[in-house]
Ligand binder design. Structure first.
Ligand code: FE
Length: 343
């Protein structure tokens, strides 16, 4: 039978002459702040399950600027980050589009999703207190608020107050307690520091081991990275020198942050992008993703790794929606500047 082209609607014509849709969506391009070793096993599993190929650009910084510069010509479909900060900034800069997925809504608790659907959390971590086993007794410190107690004068170590991890922690204080009270807290914490903020999270635990300070702030997964570090066994010793304290267990719970994802505004393959993010929230991917970096799965009921169960167990998480925390990050940066936190 002959088909009369004239008789076909525009939509039907498009179908007739376009590539099969499966082929068009056969790849997804990722701009990632997460390191390759963390996500490659997951991407391989995704390709195996869906037949969709993945391409990744890894970078430590500059991906948002690149997205902005590339604008409509960007090949990127998905942005993967290791913190809420860059996700929030990407949304603020108009670099993302909404993700509407029942699968994601089912798999990821609302507190780890943007109420406006622009970002999704994929793993979680807590910003905890690392306390010297030798010099801090059990129960001596149990809340972030305690960090300003004069008894800790000259005994606390942390990285820069402007680092994204600390901005979120300060932001969570602002979200819960308001700016005036948080300013006092940041001042009190600054007054108790053993040294000028410097180094990364692990360097603070090293400083505890070396007696520079008795208490450090750090993300929870660094404990796993240190305690298993056969290549740098000195890190095992750093980790062995501290107890892990998940703060505020009798009130709001420990401050949490996420690694997460967003679909870029001009994603050439939005359907494949959504499929990838959905895949990353499935039980299998959640277990793998969290385990490889000693993080916590965001998907309720997902088994945690043996190591996490051994050293961290269950704890109370702050229930606040992370968007509320992220909204306070610029106010947090201002506070850190005002009190000269890094000076
Ligand atoms: Fe980190």
């Amino acid at each position: 039978m002959k088909i009369s082209i004239k008789a076909l609607s525009c939509a039907a014509l498009a179908t007739l002459f376009s590539l099969p849709s499966a082929q068009a969506a056969d790849e997804v391009n990722i701009y990632s702040y997460r390191q390759q070793f963390l996500i490659q096993p997951l991407l391989d599993a995704f390709t195996e399950e869906t037949g969709i190929a993945t391409k990744v650009v890894f970078a430590k910084k500059g991906l948002l600027a690149r997205l902005k510069h590339e604008d409509k010509n960007s090949p990127a479909d998905v942005l993967l980050t290791s913190d809420i900060g860059p996700l929030y900034d990407a949304v603020e800069q108009g670099l993302t589009q909404p993700i509407r997925s029942e699968i994601i809504d089912r798999n990821v608790p609302a507190k780890y999703r943007d109420p406006a659907h622009q970002w999704v959390g994929l793993t979680s971590r807590s910003r905890i207190i690392y306390a010297s086993k030798e010099r801090v007794e059990a129960g001596e410190i149990s809340r972030y608020e305690d960090l300003t107690d004069p008894k800790w004068k000259g005994r606390i170590c942390t990285r820069s107050g402007k680092h994204t991890y600390n901005l979120s922690l300060i932001g969570s204080m602002i979200a819960h307690k308001g700016e005036a009270e948080t300013k006092q807290w940041v001042e009190g914490l600054k007054a108790n520091l053993a040294r000028k903020p410097q180094g990364n999270d692990r360097a603070q635990v090293k400083a505890v081991k070396e007696g520079v300070c008795d208490i450090a702030l750090g993300n929870s997964y660094y404990f796993g990275k240190m305690i298993t570090n056969d290549k740098k066994p000195e890190q095992i010793e750093w980790a062995q020198s501290v107890n892990l304290i998940f703060p505020n267990q009798d009130d709001r719970g420990a401050h949490m942050n996420i690694s997460g994802a967003a679909i870029t505004k001009y994603a050439p393959h939005p359907a494949a992008a959504q499929k990838l993010i959905e895949f990353l929230t499935t039980e299998k991917a959640q277990k793998l993703y969290a385990e490889v970096n000693f993080e916590f799965p965001v998907r309720p009921g997902t088994e945690r790794s043996e190591l996490l169960n051994k050293y961290m167990g269950e704890f109370k998480e702050d229930a606040i929606n992370l968007q509320k925390v992220a909204e306070q990050r610029s106010a947090a940066a201002k506070l850190a500047d005002q009190v000269g936190f890094d000076n």
